[in-house]
Design a protein around this ligand. Structure first.
Ligand SMILES: Cc1cc2nc3c(=O)[nH]c(=O)nc-3n(C[C@H](O)[C@H](O)[C@H](O)COP(=O)(O)OP(=O)(O)OC[C@H]3O[C@@H](n4cnc5c(N)ncnc54)[C@H](O)[C@@H]3O)c2cc1C
Length: 295
C-alpha cells in the first residue's frame, strides 16, 4: 500500500488527481477500522493530517466554514452556541478518544446512513465544499448522499470544508441507541427552526438507505406553526409532524432494530424535538422540557 503525505492543499489535490484510487484519511476512525478488520486494502492512503489549516473553522457572515480536519472535540468546545444541533450530535459520537480524532468531513466521506452529523447538516441546510485540481464545487447537502455509504464526490475530489449556516433559531438532535455512548444510532432525528424564513428543516438518520429530509413534515410546520405570534405548540400539529417524519423514512429490520420500531421512535423523537424547539422559540420553559436532549 502506498502512503502519500502531502504538505500543502495543492499537493493533496495533485495527489488525488494522480491517484484517484487513493483513500483520503483524516482522523482515521473509519478508515483504520476497515483496514484493521481486513475489510479492504486501499491501493494508497492519502493522509491529510499534515496539510496546514484544515483543522480550523472560520465564520463568513452567517455561515461557519468547518475545515475538513476539524475534530468533533473542537466543534463541541468552540461552536456549540452557533451550531447547536451539530454540536449536540457531535457529543453523541463514540467516546472522547473518537471525538478527539473524528471529523464531520470523515463522517461525510464514509456516508453511512447512521452517521450522526448527517441529520443536523440536513436540517440546517449545509453545503459541502468539494475541491479538485479542476476547481471547487459546492454540493448542497441534500444532493450529497447518493446511496448506502456512497456520496457525490468524484474520484479526484476531496472535501475541503463544510459550510453550515449559523443557527437562526432553536435546533435539536435526538438519537436512539442501545446505550448512551459508543453506539451506532438505531435511528436519529434533527430539527432546526428558521424563524426568519418561517420554516423548519429536518434530518432523518439510520432509517433509510441514505440520510434524508422529511419534506412533507417541513411543509406542515411552514404552514401550521404560529411564526408571527408566540402561541404554544398545538399537540395535534406535533403529533402530525411525528407521523409525517415516520412516513418519510424507509427503514429496514436489522440487528440494531426493527423497521416498525424505527418508525415509531422517529415519530416520538420528531414530536419531542419540535416541542423543545418551539418552547425555546416562544420562551416557554415549562412545556415537556425536563427530558430535553435525552430522547
Ligand atoms: C469506536 C468507534 C465509535 C464510533 N462512533 C460513532 C458514532 O457514535 N457516530 C458516528 O457517526 N460515527 C461513529 N464512528 C465512526 C467515525 O468515528 C465517524 O464516521 C467519523 O466522523 C469519521 O471521521 P474521521 O476523520 O476519523 O474519518 P476517516 O476515517 O479519516 O475517513 C472516513 C471516510 O471519509 C473519507 N475522507 C476523510 N477525509 C476526507 C476528505 N477530506 N475528503 C474526502 N473524503 C474524506 C475517507 O476516505 C473515508 O472513506 C465511530 C468509530 C469508532 C471506531
Amino acid at each position: 500500500m502506498d502512503f502519500l503525505r502531502p504538505r500543502t492543499w495543492d499537493e493533496a489535490l495533485a495527489g488525488k488527481a494522480e491517484r484517484p484510487d487513493a483513500t483520503p484519511i483524516q482522523g482515521g476512525t473509519d478508515v483504520m477500522v476497515e483496514i484493521n478488520l481486513d475489510r479492504g486494502r486501499p491501493a494508497a492512503l492519502l493522509d491529510l493530517t499534515a496539510v496546514p489549516g484544515l483543522d480550523g473553522w472560520s465564520r463568513e457572515g452567517d455561515v461557519v466554514r468547518l475545515g475538513a480536519g476539524l475534530t468533533y472535540a473542537r466543534l463541541i468546545a468552540e461552536l456549540g452556541n452557533v451550531l447547536p444541533g451539530l454540536a449536540q450530535a457531535a457529543r453523541t459520537v463514540g467516546s472522547p478518544q473518537i471525538r478527539n480524532r473524528g471529523t464531520v468531513a470523515g463522517n461525510l466521506g464514509a456516508a453511512s446512513p447512521a452517521g450522526d452529523s448527517h441529520p443536523p447538516l440536513l436540517a440546517s441546510g449545509a453545503t459541502v465544499e468539494a475541491a479538485s485540481t479542476r476547481g471547487t464545487r459546492l454540493i448542497p447537502i441534500g444532493e450529497f448522499y447518493t446511496g448506502v455509504k456512497r456520496n457525490a464526490l468524484r474520484p479526484d475530489e476531496l472535501i475541503r470544508a463544510v459550510r453550515v449556516p449559523v443557527a437562526g433559531g432553536p435546533q435539536y438532535f435526538s438519537k436512539i441507541g442501545t446505550r448512551n455512548a459508543m453506539v451506532i444510532a438505531v435511528c436519529s432525528f434533527a430539527v432546526a427552526l428558521h424563524p426568519a424564513e418561517r420554516r423548519a428543516g429536518t434530518g432523518i438518520g439510520s432509517a433509510a438507505p441514505t440520510p434524508r429530509r422529511a419534506p412533507e413534515a417541513e411543509a406542515l410546520l411552514a404552514e401550521g406553526l404560529d411564526w408571527a405570534g408566540r402561541s404554544p405548540l398545538d399537540p395535534g400539529l406535533a403529533r402530525r409532524f411525528g407521523e409525517l417524519v415516520a412516513a418519510a423514512a424507509a427503514p429496514i429490520d436489522d440487528v440494531r432494530g426493527r423497521a416498525a420500531y424505527r418508525r415509531h421512535a422517529l415519530a416520538v423523537m420528531a414530536r419531542r424535538t419540535l416541542t423543545w424547539a418551539w418552547a425555546d422559540h416562544i420562551g416557554d420553559d415549562t412545556s415537556e422540557s425536563s427530558g430535553r436532549g435525552a430522547a
